[in-house]
Design a protein around this ligand. Structure first.
Ligand code: CMX
Length: 436
């Protein structure tokens, strides 16, 4: 694990110098003018953030550290004997340091997380005391916030740590939080859906995904491989999306990583963000109920038309930035073709990939008629008997920790200041418009 720290100790001074240089030499250069549409439209399209870990291309999809996600998946070391997918631990190493880990380095992160993963008793008690009706995402956010009792950053800050050293404590907290997340997330699952029964101990011979799956009560080797893939591809999506940006904003106030991640999960819990995978499955379930598991193309097209006529969108299709099939959809489909191509849900999703875009294109207004990541994940989870849709966003959240925390380490390493955009009044806005 401390392979990451050693690499950061080398890389951070170089990056600091580079950033300082840009600020000194080009601080007054403008990147662009600000259209009123961006100010009034959720800041879309404004290049106002810097992200070291990943970048999103409209047709090629997400790149981690400049590498397309498909290549990341191909290159991550396979750590466990017999597994066909790289580990999320390796992805965290890559996102954080920018170098693809060797097998030993990825295994080092696994070992470190197994060492650090014991959840403190007070947090277990807190989780067990929560009403089962509380949404799993609210429970995840609450648990993370409470874990800050053990924050190394808080402790160091109180003792007057130097600003240049903040990242080291953020790193420690991030490693500890990642280590504890599978246990916390599995306890939420077993408490809400399985009457509190289930294993709560990490097995030192398992990796992160293996431990998580086993604690969920789903120790199937293929499911563990699916979890490895799922955790790798959902980890990071630039820094402007709601979950990453929430963490970044809260972190800029020097709140500790546990609080940042807690805020991030509140954002991921929204239906326009992480909750969409749940809505895809609701729509698919309705479709299968209405026209069966093997409908004709015409029946499918009619069902899509009826959804649109009812004023609803087709969940899992379209994107604010992407303009082609999301490669994360394709990666999941490749997994499905290898492991469960005869599953009725998988077959249906594969057919919809071709049929829905034909229908959406005809509307003439949909910027991207192709499937996004959420169009596929639900049927795969259901294939392996993870049926509780209410829980799906927690899986997304566990994965997203890797991205938001690697971003946070760098935010403190580079000393990003308090984020505080200027807001203007409506009369200021009118003045700007009149002057233009
Ligand atoms: N089905 C039907 N209509 C759609 C559509 C879809 N899947 N996607 C876009 N449209 C419509 C929009 O509703 C909009 O119509 P109006 O002008 O009548 O309001 C029009 O096409 C133009 O929208 P857009 O520019 O293509 O898309 P936006 O950037 O505004 O929105 C998104 C993007 C994802 C919210 C939208 O495509 C959508 O609602 N998709 C379905 C929900 C979904 O899958 N969400 C998960 C996104 C993945 C993620 O962010 O993680």
């Amino acid at each position: 694990g401390d392979g990451i720290k050693a690499k950061l100790e080398k890389a951070i001074p170089q990056q600091r110098e580079y950033f300082l240089g840009i600020k000194c030499l080009h601080g007054k250069t403008s990147i662009g003018n600000i259209p009123v549409n961006s100010v009034m439209g959720g800041m879309r399209g404004l290049p106002l953030l810097i992200c070291l870990t990943s970048s999103l291309h409209p047709t090629k999809g997400i790149f981690y550290r400049g590498m397309p996600i498909k290549d990341v998946c191909a290159k991550l070391p396979r750590v466990k004997k017999g597994s066909s997918e790289g580990t999320p631990e390796g992805a965290f190493f890559f996102l954080t340091t920018g170098s693809m880990p060797t097998k030993e380095e990825a295994q080092g992160v696994t070992n470190e997380w197994n060492k650090r993963g014991k959840v403190p008793d007070y947090c277990l008690k807190m989780l067990d005391s929560l009403d089962k009706k509380i949404h799993p995402m609210a429970q995840l956010s609450a648990a993370s916030a409470c874990l800050n009792l053990n924050s190394k950053f808080v402790e160091a800050y109180k003792k007057g740590a130097k600003r240049a050293d903040y990242w080291q404590y953020v790193y420690e907290d991030s490693m500890n939080l990642c280590a504890m997340l599978p246990t916390v997330a599995a306890i939420i699952y077993t408490n809400v859906f399985k009457g509190g029964k289930g294993c709560r101990e990490l097995n030192k011979d398992q990796d992160w995904s293996g431990n998580y799956s086993t604690m969920l009560g789903l120790p199937d080797e293929d499911f563990i491989d699916l979890m490895r893939l799922y955790m790798v591809i959902h980890a990071d999506h630039e820094s402007g999306n709601v979950s990453a940006h929430a963490s970044h904003l809260v972190g800029s106030a020097l709140s500790d990583p546990y609080l940042c991640y807690s805020a991030s999960m509140c954002g991921l819990a929204g239906p326009l963000h992480g909750l969409a995978n749940q809505e895809v499955l609701v729509w698919l379930t309705k479709l299968r109920k209405a026209i069966g598991d093997e409908p004709s193309d015409e029946e499918i097209k009619k069902f899509i038309d009826d959804t649109l006529k009812g004023g609803q969108v087709i969940p899992g299709f379209g994107h604010a930035v992407l303009r082609d099939t999301d490669p994360r959809f394709t990666l999941q489909n490749e997994f499905a073709m290898k492991h469960c191509k005869d599953d009725p849900g998988v077959k249906l999703v594969t057919r919809l990939w071709k049929i829905v875009p034909e229908v959406l294109k005809k509307l003439g207004k949909v910027a991207n008629p192709f499937p996004n990541v959420d169009a596929h994940s639900g049927v795969l989870l259901q294939h392996y008997c993870l049926m509780e849709m209410n829980y799906y966003t927690v899986l997304f959240g566990v994965s997203r920790a890797l991205g938001v925390l690697s971003q946070l380490i760098w935010s403190r390493a580079l000393g990003y200041p308090l984020e505080r955009p200027k807001s203007i009044s409506t009369s200021d806005l009118c003045t700007f418009i009149q002057k233009a």
